[in-house]
Design a protein around this ligand. Structure first.
Ligand code: NDP
Length: 248
């Protein structure tokens, strides 16, 4: 199924997987709404997409703030008419052991990784339901399938996204003709580790980069495109994408 002319909202579009997916979808003819908080990054990306002949709009949006999400979706609909594709991708992973009691970081992960997905989905769904068509792609993780030390809260948020994705598919697919895909990447080279405030945990992740070849953000963009382009009758419900060298 072609994504030519489709309107896509991408959260977490200012860097990493979101930015790479924005470029990929725009290059394949989608009109993309780029949502994140760093407006300067979004402006750069819009200009890059437009220079390549694509269409994009910057949506300065905090997924935790419902009013900000509603305003962003309204701006996108005003510009491009509707929303056909939602890529719920904004997230953070400030890893630390639970006994360090970094409660602010726990709450932030719950707010962005879970509530952010709920806020954005709620703002977009009426447009998809109204047209009886749509595709929602949620970024979960290998951490949405397994639990790792130092990642308890992050894993809890990503397990929630895996569960939510399946529930959304069950409730939205047949009834509203909305496909749902849950993407579960292993280690991807992005800015995700910049959020880690515990020096030992940060060192551990930096060491990991010297031990194996990470996936590139473009690899996940390619995966998202594959799911979106699958035939109308086919829903790629779950995709687990790993670096070949990540054997755990
Ligand atoms: P990045 O740190 O590069 O991207 C995270 C994105 O989320 C940024 O664009 C950031 O934008 C956005 N974001 C964070 N908080 C908010 C907020 N409150 N409102 C709106 N946007 C927000 O990392 P990745 O590209 O790696 O992360 C993308 C997703 O992939 C995340 O959900 C992550 O958990 C998941 N993932 C990543 C893996 C990896 O190894 N990198 C593996 C598996 C899953 P801004 O700061 O401008 O708001």
């Amino acid at each position: 199924m072609s994504i030519q002319g489709k309107v896509a909202l991408i959260t977490g579009a200012s860097s990493g997987i979101g930015a790479a997916t924005a470029l990929k979808l725009a290059a394949n003819g989608a009109k993309v709404g780029l949502a994140a908080r760093r407006a300067d990054r979004l402006a750069q990306l819009v200009s890059e997409i437009e220079k390549a002949g694509g269409q994009a709009i910057a949506l300065e949006m905090d997924v935790v703030d419902n009013a900000s999400v509603t305003a962003g979706v309204a701006k996108l609909v005003e510009a491009f008419g509707t929303v056909d594709i939602l890529f719920n991708n904004a997230g953070l992973m400030p890893l630390s052991d639970i006994d360090m009691l970094k409660t602010d970081e726990w709450h932030r992960m719950v707010d962005v990784n879970i509530k952010g997905v709920l806020n954005t989905t709620a703002a977009v769904l009426p447009h998809m339901i109204g047209r009886k068509s749509g595709h929602i792609v949620n970024t979960s993780s290998i951490a949405g399938r397994k639990v790792f030390a130092g990642l308890s809260v992050y894993c809890a948020t990503k397990h929630a996204i895996t569960a939510l994705s399946d529930g959304m598919r069950i409730e939205l697919s047949k009834k509203h003709n909305i496909r749902v895909t849950c993407v579960q990447p292993g280690a991807v080279e992005t800015e995700l580790y910049d959020q880690i405030s515990d020096p030992a945990a940060r060192q551990q992740m930096d060491d990991l980069k010297t031990q194996m070849e990470f996936l590139k953000a473009e690899d996940i963009a390619e995966t998202v495109l594959f799911a979106l382009q699958s035939p109308r009758h086919m829903d790629i419900a779950e995709v687990f994408v790993m670096p070949t060298q990540q054997a755990w």
